[in-house]
Design a protein around this ligand. Sequence first.
Ligand SMILES: C[S@@+](CC[C@H](N)C(=O)[O-])C[C@H]1O[C@@H](n2cnc3c(N)ncnc32)[C@H](O)[C@@H]1O
Length: 307
Amino acid sequence: MDPVGTSGVFSLKAALRLCERLKLSAAQTEALFHAMQTGGAARRALILSPKATAKNYQPSFPCEPRERFSWLPEKVLLPEAGVNPVQYADYEAGMYYVLDLSSCWEGAALSAVPRAPERSLDLCAAPGGKTMLLAARFPLQNHTANEVQARRRGILRGNLLRCGVEHTQVTGFRPDQWAEQGEQFDLLLVDAPCSGQSLLCKGISNPGCLGSAAVNGNAKRQRGIMLQAVSCVRPGGHILYTTCTYDPEENERVISYLLRRFSDWRAEDVPLLAAFRSDLCDFPAYRLFPHHGCGAGGFCCLLRRLP
Ligand SMILES: C[S@@+](CC[C@H](N)C(=O)[O-])C[C@H]1O[C@@H](n2cnc3c(N)ncnc32)[C@H](O)[C@@H]1O
């Protein structure tokens, strides 16, 4: 039987297999199914832009107390339910960038990067959320926001311009083209293209995202991207790997593949995210599910190359 929710039809069998692979309890399985069927797990957040910080700007609409989420990155605010920040003139004026709270949760892993990178690269950057989170964590010094798809690159450029993100160039190279240029970055953001299973929990149709073809195809591409990404990082530098999908094949297994191949790389602890540690691997990696109440969910792992 295929349950029909706001996000369209998805395969009950495939969803059950996923929950088994994730080793979810009966209650967690039920919660994930409920989120997939109702599509109501999205949770809007906003990141104050460099423009806003320069003006000491605070939004005129009501926001929730930040203290509810101990891991919430600085400069991230949670508009109260019913507020749509995109409708305010301050959005067009570039005071903030709007995204799902789970992306901010992933960005919280940057709290474990000890110092501002001299050179950073957001390898899969459009529409710009992770670059905005990096700009909220550190003043950017020499940042590259890279996006392979031309149309998405235009959107990225527009968002960064609107928000006044400085010291940043926008490029469109493939990961292998970056790798050819050698070890030049202290920090890479790899927000990898993925099967996007969490879209179902936001009420967005994503046919086939639970199937093995989508998952294995994406996992292969993610391993490929990460094999190139490691060649771009200086000794002592970091990669933040993130996805908005649940399948272990695209998450923990991509990281363990990498750690097996490269003895000079380690997965780092992120103390702020300790409560979200994945129990599907023996290295530190972190998972968010809709039942945590912080958006549609995702995965993050901070990797460090030994000095
Ligand atoms: C999850 S999205 C990035 C979202 C973005 N980081 C943000 O926070 O707004 C993944 C991006 O990777 C790009 N992409 C697709 N295939 C790629 C590949 N083989 N190598 C690098 N990037 C790719 C997609 O065009 C897409 O923009």
